[in-house]
Write a protein that binds this ligand. Structure first.
Ligand SMILES: [Zn+2]
Length: 315
C-alpha cells in the first residue's frame, strides 16, 4: 500500500506518494492559489494526485493501492477534517476532508504542519523508534508538535501544542497573537533578527552589520551565527541571550512533559552543532530534576520531505 501526503504551504503545495518503508516514490508540486475558490484549489490537488499515480513509473502507483491521504497545513483543523483556521490560505471553517472525499473516496486526514513534522521525525527521522517526543520549529514563528505513544497529541479541542505562545517574559515584546512576551517573540528567527538589529544599533562595529553590508534590514539569523563563529563579541553576547531564552522554553517542555527527545527544526536549527551544543549545556539549568537522566535534544534529520512523509503518516 502507499499513502499520499500533501504539504500545503503559503506559496506552494508539495504532493508525494510514500511507500511502506516511508520513502517518497513519486512527488510533484503545484502553486498555492488563494485567488481561486477553495473547491477549485482542491480540484487542482486532486488532479495532481491523479497525475502522480502512474503505474508505468512504479507499479505501486495506483489508486487501488492508496490507503489514505493526509495534508499538513499552516493552521489548525478538527477531527472532522475541517480546517478551523489557516490564515495564509484564507481558510476558516473550510471542509477540506468533505471536499476531498467528493473527488477521491479514501480516508483523509488534516493536521497542523508542525504536528506533521513531529510525526515524520518520530516515524522516519531523528526520533524514530521513540514513543514520545516534542518537535519545535524555529522559523519566522515558532511551531511545535507533541508525539505521545507514537501519535500526535493536539489536545482535546485540537488547539494544543502551541509552545510558541506560552509566555516567557511577563510584559515582554508584543506578539502577533495579541499577548506580550510569548516564546515566539524571543526564540524565533524573527526574534533573533530583531535582537541583532537592536544590538548593532548600539554597537555598529559588530561583524553582524558588516556581514549585512552595513544595512540592518539585511540581517538574517545565519549572519548572527557566522559572526559567533568568528568570535564577534556582540554576536556572542546576543547568541548567549538567545540560547538562554530557548533553553528556558525547552526546560518548560521537559518539566511538564518529560519526553524522550526534544527536536529542533526550522531555519535557526541550520546552525547545527553550534546551537545544539550550547542548548545541551544550558537547558538542564532550568530543569527541576536535573540530576536525573534528561531528554536528548537533537536537530531534525528530515528536511523538506518531512512535510510530505508526516502528512502521509496521519491516521
Ligand atoms: Zn503569542
Amino acid at each position: 500500500m502507499i499513502r499520499i501526503g500533501l504539504d500545503i504551504g503559503g506559496t506552494g503545495i508539495q504532493i508525494g506518494a510514500v511507500d511502506e518503508s516511508n520513502q517518497i516514490i513519486a512527488q510533484a508540486s503545484i502553486p498555492t492559489r488563494t485567488d481561486i475558490p477553495f473547491e477549485d484549489q482542491v480540484q487542482q490537488m486532486v488532479d495532481c494526485i491523479h497525475s502522480l499515480l502512474d503505474p508505468q513509473i512504479n507499479p505501486a502507483l495506483t489508486m487501488e493501492n492508496v490507503a489514505s491521504i493526509g495534508a499538513g497545513i499552516p493552521g489548525i483543523a478538527n477531527e472532522a477534517g475541517t480546517v478551523i483556521d489557516c490564515t495564509n490560505l484564507g481558510w476558516k471553517y473550510t471542509p477540506l476532508r468533505q471536499e476531498f472525499q467528493k473527488r477521491i473516496d479514501k480516508p483523509f486526514f488534516v493536521d497542523n504542519d508542525a504536528n506533521v513534522a513531529a510525526l515524520a521525525e518520530s516515524v522516519a527521522g531523528i526520533s524514530a523508534g521513540t514513543s514520545s517526543s516534542v518537535f519545535i520549529t524555529l522559523g519566522t514563528g515558532i511551531g511545535s508538535g507533541i508525539i505521545i505513544n507514537g501519535k500526535v497529541w493536539k489536545g482535546h479541542h485540537g488547539i494544543g501544542g502551541e509552545l510558541g505562545h506560552m509566555i516567557l517574559k511577563l510584559d515582554g515584546e508584543p506578539c502577533s497573537c495579541g499577548n506580550h512576551g510569548c516564546v515566539e517573540t524571543y526564540c524565533s528567527a524573527t526574534a533573533m533578527i530583531r535582537m541583532a538589529r537592536e544590538a548593532v544599533a548600539k554597537h555598529p562595529d559588530s561583524l553582524i552589520l558588516k556581514l549585512a553590508e552595513g544595512n540592518p534590514k539585511k540581517i538574517n539569523a545565519k549572519m548572527v551565527f557566522d559572526a559567533v563563529r568568528q568570535e564577534d563579541a556582540v554576536a556572542k553576547e546576543l547568541f548567549q541571550r538567545y540560547v538562554s531564552y530557548l533553553s528556558q522554553a525547552i526546560a518548560g517542555v521537559v518539566n511538564f512533559l518529560d519526553p524522550e527527545v526534544v527536536i529542533l527544526g526550522g531555519g535557526v536549527s541550520k546552525a547545527g552543532s553550534l546551537l545544539l551544543d550550547a542548548i545541551r549545556a544550558e537547558y538542564p539549568k532550568y530543569v527541576l530534576f536535573n540530576d536525573q537522566p534528561l531528554p536528548q535534544v537533537e536537530i531534525a534529520s528530515l528536511s523538506a520531505e518531512a512535510g510530505i512523509i508526516g502528512a502521509a503518516m496521519l491516521s
